[in-house]
Design a protein around this ligand. Structure first.
Ligand code: PLP
Length: 469
């Protein structure tokens, strides 16, 4: 498909303006461009067709089932959007006098109080722009905490099932990463953890349920081992959708968390849209929270890590989360979590005859299948399966993650899918599995219906071209 710049013809345009009725004011040379900006010259009809063609080439939640593991692609109620677009929120200027924005402060306060209650934390900041940014904020809190006690603890322990952002964050925050292998049950190997902790342990980063969709039965012992060694526990809250309103990271022994508001609390995400990685912490860490950014208000502490982002971060994502929290309420939030777990277990059981989970036992909000056997016997990979699922009208699951499962398919149906949708998805998976056994080539040559077949992922990541001309 041609870029809109390639459709440009210098004589075209779509503005019909009356003659200018005010005198031209010359712009002082220092401020004027030397040549006009290179906007594409296209007529209105062409613009409309161009963007509608682009929209048809993408796949979003409104197009079909989207079980992208770890990403919580749940339905985002449209009322959240309407509320975030109210002029009182959307047209706000961040430097407006405080007395004109008290309503917005109230929204931040409501969201903070709800999320503190759900996470079991004592304070919350909305500055971090996404989960990974929240991780960085949390680890900077850990760093300052240890420094303030005159301790040079420099190691962060991370299990091998972790999201790639965890070790990347720890390294970026200046820590040394200590990887520990998961046990045969897919959970933290307590013996390995006990062997890894020591006087240089700054903390542990963990998501629970973990990326295999398993709730660690030893969670209290795990966090206690780290505390006893003088370290702190960081909770990667990306999987909160499984437990929100039921159990709390604060009660599991975690000292700081980030919550991906765009995942669990319902803001459309993916494709680089705005997110919010709200960070909560326990009392002892509050003095280190970002400047001007905590729910507690009051004077900023001299021990603060400083600002991690301007103002209150992506405020409109917090507005959506607040709308979601208030509309679901105390009963609705845990019900959403229970249904997320129910849907995942339902789909997992439907797939079990041909595609059993890589780690057995009931799952939480997601489960992971390995196609290792199919790859060995028929040469059909997780990537081939993902491409073939596109031809069945659904978004593929996450593939090749977590790294500890070979040929992984990570499936997270979320709570907002009906039984009919889950049944149809199970049928799609199972029929493709049978097809792979009989006619592997048909999967290797998939997708047949998608706008883009098999792009060169490696080149796209290594040599991205993000600008025209
Ligand atoms: C999504 C995710 C993250 C990172 O969150 P972003 O908002 O994408 O930065 C971290 N850990 C896990 C387990 C995740 O699923």
């Amino acid at each position: 498909m041609k870029l809109i710049f390639e459709k440009s013809k210098s004589s075209r345009g779509c503005a019909i303006l009356p003659p200018c009725d005010v005198p031209d004011v010359p712009i002082s040379p220092g401020f004027a461009r030397e040549k006009p900006p290179a906007f594409p010259c296209v007529d209105e009809n062409e613009i409309s067709r161009h963007y509608s063609a682009l929209a048809k080439r993408s796949f979003g939640l409104n197009d079909g089932f989207y079980p992208l593991g770890s990403c919580t692609m749940k339905y985002n109620p449209k009322v959240n959007e309407e509320i975030a677009r109210l002029p009182g929120f959307a047209d706000l200027h961040p430097l407006q006098p405080p007395h004109t924005v008290q309503g917005c402060k109230e929204i931040l306060d409501i969201a903070a109080r709800c999320l503190q209650e759900i996470s079991g934390m004592d304070a919350m900041t909305f500055q971090p722009a996404a989960g990974a940014h929240g991780e960085l904020t949390g680890l900077l809190l850990f760093k300052k905490y240890h420094q303030s006690r005159g301790e040079g603890r420099n190691k962060i322990i991370i299990p091998d099932s972790a999201h790639g952002t965890n070790p990347a964050t720890a390294a970026m925050a200046g820590f040394e990463v200590v990887n520990i292998a998961s046990g045969p049950d897919g959970c933290v190997d307590l013996a390995a953890l006990k062997a890894a902790v020591g006087p240089d342990t700054a903390g542990l980063m963990l998501t629970n349920p973990n990326t295999l969709g398993l709730f660690d039965p030893n969670i209290l012992e795990i966090t206690a081992v780290v505390h006893e060694a003088g370290g702190l526990n960081y909770y990667d809250g990306a999987n909160l959708n499984a437990i929100m309103g039921i159990v709390r990271p604060g009660d599991m022994g975690f000292d700081a968390v980030h919550l991906n508001l765009h995942k669990s609390f319902s803001t459309p995400h993916g494709g680089g849209g705005p997110g919010s990685g709200a960070v909560g912490c326990k009392k002892d860490l509050v003095p280190f929270m970002p400047l001007d950014g905590t729910s507690l208000g009051g004077a900023d502490s001299p021990l603060s890590i400083g600002r991690v982002r301007s103002f209150n971060g992506n405020f409109l994502v917090v507005v959506r989360a607040a709308a979601y929290l208030l509309s679901l309420g105390k009963e609705g939030i845990p019900e959403a979590a229970r249904n997320a777990v129910l849907n995942a277990n339902y789909l997992m059981e439907k797939l079990r005859p041909k595609m059993p989970p890589a780690y057995d036992g009931p799952c939480m909000h997601e489960f992971v299948i390995s196609l290792e056997k199919l790859k060995a016997s028929r040469g059909v990979s997780a990537l081939d399966m993902a491409k073939a699922l596109q031809d069945k009208g659904m978004h593929p699951p996450t593939i090749y993650f977590p790294l500890i499962v070979h040929e992984a398919l990570m499936v997270e149906p979320t709570e907002t899918e009906s039984k009919e949708t889950l049944d149809a998805a199970a049928e799609a998976f199972l029929s493709l599995y049978e097809e792979a056994e009989k006619n592997p080539e048909s999967l290797r040559s998939a997708p047949k219906t998608a706008a883009i077949g098999r792009p060169d992922d490696v080149r796209a990541a290594r040599q991205p071209v993000v600008k025209y001309g």
